[in-house]
Design a protein around this ligand. Structure first.
Ligand SMILES: Cc1ncc(COP(=O)(O)O)c(C=O)c1O
Length: 382
């Protein structure tokens, strides 16, 4: 099976199906809409967005984004509670810069997004993990841990988790807020997959609780529009926004990405974002159906996974004692790859898991990937 892959930052052999890749297919990147939106904003005869921007972000854009979020969350979002970022990776790095010192403890989920763990390592932070189950972060374990440690913040991926694909239930969200308000613990909620639901709506965004406990909700256009925009937002209290917008980076360079913000302002006001999210939901829903059917067909019975309700990932569990790294070389030889579970554990545990992603390849290639993977795994586990 031959297919063309264009992935500038990952050097993939031709014909390799890398089920670890967590980004949208190139054909899902909305170039036509971006072209129209750029034309729309550049033809207005006003070029304020080419100057240094307001520290908390282009106010025109914050207004439009607040309206969009208000409609999506069905709860009011105030533009003064939004700060524009270069996406969630930059926002996380920035939060570490402003809210931590090297050696501080941070609470992370087990498993967690492996590149967030890398950002925390860059800042020489000391991660302590809290397990997740089918309802997301285990708040009873969190409460227990907080009796003995005093972390700088808690990092959580509440909705359509990367990699576990679980969603924090409403009850757990309320528990989390109660516990963190009581301890005055900053919650950093990475909500990058919040809008990618394929059946029911998820529970309310964590951002809607930012007046009750110290909380920064991180949103990004990477998964709902295009990662190349490097554009996202923080939804938080005005107090936190004041602290961040008074930082050296903001005061010196002005707000982040004022030009791209104005283009995305047009994307939203022309109605493209809503339509694009709907398109992504339809495409991913269909991919999940076919990919999961094929995985069920080809994977041995002892290998378990749940069909995702949103996001990008399938978190596959093997029996205790299996190490998915042991057959990765063989899968690579057979031109199919995945990310082993230990990537997502700061203690390098969870070896009996693998993460598969369905955002990058179409149904036909995913089905072929499932077949190749199933063959190697069946041969190795028998
Ligand atoms: C949980 C999580 N956070 C952050 C990111 C990166 O987001 P951004 O492109 O906005 O930096 C990803 C991308 O895979 C992710 O899965």
């Amino acid at each position: 099976m031959k297919f063309k892959q264009t992935l500038p930052q990952i050097d993939l052999p031709l014909d390799m199906i890398h089920l670890g890749i967590g980004q949208p297919s190139n054909y899902l990147l909305p170039s036509k809409e971006m072209e129209k939106a750029a034309d729309h904003c550049l033809s207005k005869g006003n070029n304020f967005f080419l100057a240094y921007g307001e520290e908390r972000g282009n106010s025109n854009f914050r207004g439009t984004l607040a309206e969009f979020l208000t409609a999506q969350y069905q709860k009011p979002v105030d533009p003064d509670q939004l700060l524009i970022t270069n996406g969630n990776s930059q926002a996380l790095d920035f939060i570490c810069t402003l809210f931590t010192c090297p050696g501080d403890t941070v609470l992370v989920e087990e498993p967690s997004y492996f590149l967030a763990l890398k950002i925390f390592a860059d800042h020489k932070l000391n991660p302590v993990s809290i397990p997740v189950d089918d309802n997301g972060l285990m708040t009873d374990v969190l409460e227990e841990r907080l009796e003995t440690i005093n972390p700088a913040f808690l990092y959580t991926i509440p909705t359509y988790h990367n990699p576990a694909s679980v969603t924090l239930s409403l009850k757990r969200r309320q528990e989390l807020i109660r516990i963190c308000a009581q301890k005055n613990l900053l919650v950093v909620a990475d909500e990058v997959y919040h809008f990618l639901n394929y059946s029911d709506d998820p529970p309310p965004s964590m951002g809607t609780w930012n007046n009750i406990c110290p909380l920064i909700s991180l949103g990004s256009f990477s998964k709902i529009l295009a990662p190349g925009l490097r554009l996202g937002w923080m939804h938080t209290s005005e107090e936190v926004i004041k602290k961040i917008s008074g930082s050296g980076l903001m005061v010196s360079g002005g707000g982040l990405n004022p030009f791209t913000s104005e283009i995305v302002n047009s994307v939203i006001s022309l109605g493209f974002l809503k339509t694009h999210i709907q398109r992504l939901r339809n495409v991913y829903r269909q991919r999940i159906e076919i990919f999961c059917d094929q995985l069920k067909k080809y994977l041995p019975d002892q290998v378990m996974f749940k069909v995702p309700k949103g996001g990008y990932f399938i978190w596959v569990k093997f029996l205790d004692g299996v190490d998915t790294n042991t057959f990765r070389k063989e899968t690579q030889k057979q031109n199919v790859d995945f990310y082993p579970g230990n990537f997502f554990s700061h203690q390098k545990e969870l070896k009996n898991y693998m993460r598969l992603c369905f955002s990058f390849y179409d149904e036909k290639i995913l089905a072929e990937g499932a077949r190749r993977l199933g063959k190697v795994i069946s041969d190795n586990l028998s």
